[in-house]
Design a protein around this ligand. Structure first.
Ligand SMILES: [Zn+2]
Length: 397
C-alpha cells in the first residue's frame, strides 16, 4: 500500500517536471496537466523545491491574490543533444529550461565518411561538451539513417557511409555513467514536437539534400516492431528512372530532394552517387547558392523547385490519403522560405481533391537547433526518474 502511494507520487512528480519543461506554469495549469487537487499539488511542489529544481514566484497582476508562477531552475540539470549527419556532427549543451549553454560542431569531409571517421568526430564533439559539463543528466544522439535505439547503433546510413556503428561505445568512454538515448533524427524531432503539441497524428518531413520522415500516431513515434526506426520515405519509388545511391531506381529522394533542384538549376551531369559521395567538397557552393537564391525568392529558382516539390507533394499526399494526419510538419536545412511551403500546399491542392486531403495543415519549423533539441528532449524523458531521489518524499501520503 505505502509503496503504491510513493509510486503514484513519483509518477506525478515526473509529469510535473515534464510539464514545467514546456515553460513556466501557474498552479492551475499544473493541476490540470497532472490531474491532481490543490493540496496534492502543494506537496508535490514542496518536493520539487526540496530537490532544488524549481522556483516559485508570485506575479503581480491587477488586484486580488497574485497567481503563483512555477518554473524550472536552469541549473537543475544539464542535457546534451547531438546530431550526426552527412555534413557534420553538432552538439549542444542545454540547461534544464532548454537554454543553450554551449554549441560545437565538427564538419565531415568525404574522407571522414566511415565508421572510423564518424567515431573520431563524435569523440571530438563529446570532448568539447565535457569540458563545459562533465556530468550531464543524459545525452541524446540522433542520426540520419536506420537507427536501433535498443542496441544504440546506427544500423545503416548510406549517405554517411556507416553501418553497424556503435554509438554507445564512444559516448560511454567520455561519459561512463551517463544515460544515453540513440534515435533516428527525424523521430527525435517528431517526438519532441508531439510532446509540445499533442494534437492529432502528424507526418514530419525533413527536407534537404536528403529527405527524412517520421510518423506520429497517438502521440508516439510509429515503429512497426522493436526499436528500429521506420518510414524510409526517401526511398519509396516515384519513377522508373534515376539511379539512387541506395541501389534502387526512381527513389523519391532522387527526384524531389535538393539534389533534384540543384541538378536542374545548375544543369549538372553528376549522378546522385557522385553527388552524395562528394557533396561537401564539390557541391557545397551549389547548395549554399540555391538556398540563398531561394531565401531571396528569385523567380528562376522557384522554377527549379517547382517539379521536385510537385513530386514531393504527390508522395506526401498519398500518405495523407492513407493515414489522415492532422498536420504535416516540414523542416530542415533545405526549407528556407515561406514560398516553398506555399508551393507545396498549392501542389497538394491541385493534385488531390479536398475530400481526400481533409483538413490537413502544412506547418514550417525553423528552430536552428531543432535536431539537437529533439535528441536532448528524448534523453531527458528517458532519464527523468534520475532527477527524483528515492523515496520521492519523506512525508506520509
Ligand atoms: Zn534510394
Amino acid at each position: 500500500m505505502g509503496r503504491q502511494v510513493s509510486d503514484i507520487r513519483r509518477e506525478n512528480l515526473e509529469k510535473l517536471i515534464l510539464e514545467l519543461y514546456k515553460g513556466p506554469k501557474t498552479r492551475r495549469e499544473l493541476r490540470e496537466a497532472v490531474g491532481v487537487g490543490a493540496s496534492t499539488l502543494s506537496y508535490l511542489l514542496s518536493d520539487l523545491q526540496r530537490m532544488g529544481i524549481i522556483q516559485r514566484k508570485s506575479v503581480i497582476k491587477g488586484r486580488g491574490r497574485p497567481p503563483e508562477l512555477v518554473r524550472l531552475l536552469d541549473g537543475a540539470w544539464y542535457t546534451m543533444g547531438i546530431k550526426m549527419g552527412r555534413e557534420k556532427i553538432s552538439g549542444v549543451l542545454f540547461g534544464a529550461t532548454g537554454s543553450i549553454l554551449e554549441t560545437t560542431s565538427v564538419p565531415i569531409m568525404a574522407s571522414m565518411r566511415s565508421n572510423n571517421g564518424y567515431t573520431k568526430a563524435l569523440e571530438e564533439v563529446l570532448k568539447k561538451l565535457r569540458n563545459r559539463c562533465p556530468h550531464p543528466l543524459a545525452i541524446g544522439v540522433c542520426s540520419s539513417g536506420v537507427v536501433d535505439s535498443g542496441s544504440h547503433k546506427i544500423l545503416y546510413s548510406p549517405v554517411m557511409n556507416v553501418s553497424d556503428l556503435d554509438v554507445s561505445k564512444t559516448v560511454k568512454k567520455a561519459f561512463p555513467n551517463c544515460k544515453l538515448v540513440v534515435m533516428n533524427d527525424v523521430d527525435a524531432v517528431a517526438a519532441y514536437e508531439a510532446f509540445l503539441n499533442p494534437d492529432g497524428d502528424m507526418l514530419f518531413v525533413s527536407y534537404g539534400v536528403g529527405i527524412g520522415m517520421a510518423y506520429i500516431i497517438r502521440g508516439e513515434v510509429f515503429k512497426p516492431s522493436s526499436m528500429v526506426s521506420a518510414f524510409e520515405f526517401a526511398h519509396t519509388l516515384v519513377s522508373d528512372e534515376g539511379e539512387c545511391y541506395c541501389g534502387q531506381k526512381g527513389c523519391l529522394e532522387y527526384h524531389a530532394s535538393e539534389y533534384a533542384v540543384i541538378k536542374r538549376h545548375f544543369k549538372l551531369q553528376d549522378t546522385f552517387v557522385e553527388f552524395v559521395e562528394a557533396e561537401e567538397e564539390r557541391f557545397h557552393n551549389h547548395i549554399e547558392e540555391i538556398r540563398a537564391l531561394a531565401r531571396e525568392s528569385v523567380k528562376s529558382v522557384k522554377k527549379s523547385y517547382y517539379e521536385p516539390l510537385r513530386i514531393l507533394a504527390r508522395a506526401l499526399g498519398n500518405l495523407v490519403v492513407l493515414l489522415r494526419p492532422a498536420k504535416i510538419v516540414i523542416f530542415g536545412e533545405g526549407m528556407v522560405a515561406d514560398w516553398m511551403v506555399e508551393m507545396l500546399e498549392k501542389h497538394l491542392k491541385e493534385l488531390f481533391s479536398p475530400k481526400m486531403l481533409g483538413n490537413v495543415k502544412v506547418e514550417w519549423k525553423t528552430d536552428m537547433h531543432l535536431w539537437e533539441r529533439g535528441a536532448s528532449f528524448n534523453a531527458l524523458k528517458s532519464s527523468i526518474n534520475r532527477i527524483i531521489p528515492f523515496p520521492a518524499s519523506t512525508k506520509k501520503k
